[in-house]
Design a protein around this ligand. Sequence first.
Ligand SMILES: Nc1ncnc2c1ncn2[C@@H]1O[C@H](COP(=O)(O)OP(=O)(O)OP(=O)(O)O)[C@@H](O)[C@H]1O
Length: 277
Amino acid sequence: MRLEAVGKRYGRGGWVLRDVRAEIAPGEVVAFAGGNGSGKSTLLRILAGVTRPSAGAVTGRPAVVGYVPDRFSPVERLSAMAYLTHMGRIRGLTTQTASARASGLLERLALVGGADSPLRTLSKGNGQKVALAQALLVEPELLVLDEPWSGLDASAHGVLAEIMGEVAGRGGAVVFTDHREAVTRARASRTYVVDGGRVVLQGSRTQPPLTGVVLTGPDTGPPPRTLDWQTLQGVRAVHGGETRISLTVERAHADALLQLALRHGWSVVDVTRGVDE
Ligand SMILES: Nc1ncnc2c1ncn2[C@@H]1O[C@H](COP(=O)(O)OP(=O)(O)OP(=O)(O)O)[C@@H](O)[C@H]1O
């Protein structure tokens, strides 16, 4: 997929985006970083096909696009399940497949006690989970996520990272925005910086060496303290729960992670150098 000299202005206002050139390949995770008001959301809406560019062209957009906007605040009386089943039907699924897919996704994202409550009563984070489930009802060939980490709790952070990896692993493209450089650097294979309407490629990274770490709680004594693993530097994947956890971490950050884990009462079960993501 390619953006060719894309520009955007709203009505007669100034140009929000100018001469944007970018490329997104299948199986790639691409980040757009930038400050508030820099034009990231506008750009993602153009990528998703929700907004038309005022100049230039978008070519090669895949047919199945999943889009999670930066805000999802429906005033719906529908429950999360009813909404997702309805959206699944619009996307061509049978009622049965749509509701099975919706309940699997809500369970995986751990929507707490809300599957049957009206959407308008959901918290921001739970609303975000419904928005994400909606984008995944049909396996997307392009997944567009606007500030996807905001509002999600720590365990959902891990699930979201897994989902992004799965979509890319199947050959889909994933595009997301975040204003934190550490997040874009850790998660994306290519980062563009959006600034003053211009979009500049910051850099592609080749895959750094990775280490697998398995941790457990101690046999005796107090349980280990919970850490927000996903946000620690260099952490690529997190599996497991409160007493046993396995992590994939960039080798350069493995020692620091192990020291932190030990300080928080975790025991090291296994360290494997040279694992795949
Ligand atoms: N529908 C609209 N009509 C008019 N102006 C708009 C509209 N949507 C966005 N803008 C303007 O376009 C500019 C870029 O906004 P955008 O939401 O794309 O930025 P952003 O980088 O996503 O910001 P944030 O990080 O705060 O979400 C802003 O000046 C904003 O006011």
